[in-house]
Ligand binder design. Sequence first.
Ligand SMILES: [Zn+2]
Length: 175
Amino acid sequence: MTRVAKRYNIDYKKRVDKDRDTYLPRWSPGGVLYCRGCGSTYYRRRWTLQPPQEVLDWGAFRNEIRFALCPACRKLREHYPSGELRLVGVPAREEQEVFRLLRNEEERAREKNPLERIMRIQRDAEEWRVETTTEKLAQRLGRCVRKARGGKVVFKWSHNRKFARVLWQKEAAVE
Ligand SMILES: [Zn+2]
């Protein structure tokens, strides 16, 4: 009796599951994925900024490398943020410094997890809006600004904990 191996449907976008990030692959690819957007590598259920040594060493892997878009690049392309940090009351003379702070902290976060990215920074006279690919990064950036610039940070979660709203204010609001 011969059984035909079932091919798994990897069209994960069609499946709906409220409790998980639908941008993370549900299947575990046998080989290696390489993001054609940011150059990060997916291997053994993890995205890394640089390919792990094991992947570099193992020449046979080259045949198994597939090009894809990582979840962060897809979120960027489809404009689907998971976190938002608002900065209220950034003094004009500190704008450059705050911008640098955010970019440096993003860089540090990416070294550990390349899926943590700033998607967009918008500024107007009243506030900044920083959109991030993960909830964690929005919180991390908020804490980073507080540490360097003082002020107050408030965290708010959506009911399913899949979207974080973070508010930093230079002057603590009157409660
Ligand atoms: Zn990418």
